[in-house]
Write a protein that binds this ligand. Structure first.
Ligand code: CAA
Length: 295
């Protein structure tokens, strides 16, 4: 048996916020990337975002114009999931819904070469459970990037109960090639980052809900008092309030502990469709020139 798998081509499923960032960093590090989505519009939008973010890196002299062009040249797009069949590594970054991810894997698996490592960028769904419904639980693991992907140094690597050492080693090598640092997490609800981050954000929403502070005082307190680059409510808007709520629900249900109960105010914002930056409104209103607190 070979002691490592050489990864050259990477398939990325989902061209949203995370998927485009993943395609960006993989292409910039020399991998050939095939980016898949069900909508051509999403693929076009992703390429425009990647170009804009690469331009930003050129203007800040992080990369050269030639490196930008080479990275863009390494990214192809497709609406046909089966086209990802011959890739060496697949990183699924579709919607954070278990049934969506399962349906994608079911469609993809018959086309996938036997050696392909299959990973999910899920921020909280059980890797072991996702893996058990594929034909390759030993070649399945969690590959969790942070947002914004081109900036954040960390990738959480999560082994399911069946993940083999060869798969872990190959993924670790990819993280190193990307110039990022891996943290190894066990497969328990929300892994490490979100296990710690989301209860903090949820507590910030309780602090708002109970009137201890308003949006400005809560965010200002944590930015200036704890040196966080963004306040917790600003960060929640950046991540997406639906995502924050979904992760709190995973913690609440998965660990069966009331300390993880989602704040009713967080639920209310999600019910209103005020999901943060992506919908123009959350704890701040982004529709004007500068963000304005909504409470
Ligand atoms: N692509 C490329 N580069 C980007 C970028 C992008 N999308 N966004 C920002 N940058 C770069 C900028 O070019 C800039 O680079 P230099 O420092 O080299 O000049 C740098 O990032 C800082 O950007 P800005 O000066 O524009 O803005 P900022 O100083 O306010 O920083 C931030 C922005 C990096 C997002 C910062 O506010 C931050 O770190 N926020 C916290 C982010 C965080 O916690 N992310 C984790 C979320 S949790 C998660 O992702 C897990 C989950 O499952 C939910």
């Amino acid at each position: 048996m070979e002691d490592h798998v050489e990864i050259r081509t990477i398939g990325v499923i989902g061209a949203g916020q995370m998927g485009n960032g993943i395609a960006h960093v993989c292409a910039l590090s020399g991998y050939d990337v095939l980016l898949n989505d069900i909508s051509q519009e999403a693929l076009d939008r992703a390429l425009a975002t990647i170009t804009k973010n690469l331009d930003r890196q050129v203007s800040r002299e992080k990369i050269s114009a030639a490196e930008k062009d080479a990275a863009l040249g390494r990214i192809s797009t497709t609406m046909v999931l089966a086209d990802l069949g011959p890739t060496d590594l697949v990183i699924e970054a579709a919607t954070e819904k278990e049934h969506v991810k399962e349906a994608i894997f079911a469609d993809l698996l018959p086309h996938l070469k036997p050696t392909t490592i299959l990973t999910s960028n899920t921020s909280s769904i059980s890797i072991t459970r996702l893996a058990s419904r594929t034909d390759r639980p030993e070649k399945f693991m969690g590959f969790h990037f942070m947002n914004p992907v081109p900036v954040m140094q960390l990738v959480e690597l999560i082994r399911g109960i069946a993940t083999d050492q060869e798969t872990y080693g190959a993924c670790l090598k990819v993280v190193e090639t990307l110039g990022k640092t891996a943290s190894s997490a066990e497969d328990f609800p929300a892994f490490i980052v979100n296990r710690i981050l989301m209860p903090m954000i949820n507590e910030a929403v309780y602090t708002l809900y109970e009137g201890v502070g308003n949006v400005t005082s809560i965010d200002g307190a944590m930015r200036l008092g704890a040196n966080h680059p963004m306040g917790p409510l600003e960060l929640a808007d950046f991540i997406g309030l639906d995502t924050c709520l979904a992760i709190m629900n995973v913690l609440h249900e998965g660990l069966a502990d009331t300390k993880y109960r989602p704040c009713p105010l967080l639920t209310k914002y999600v019910e209103a469709g005020w999901l943060g930056r992506k919908t123009g409104r959350g704890f701040y209103d982004y529709r004007g020139e500068t963000p304005v607190p909504t409470r």
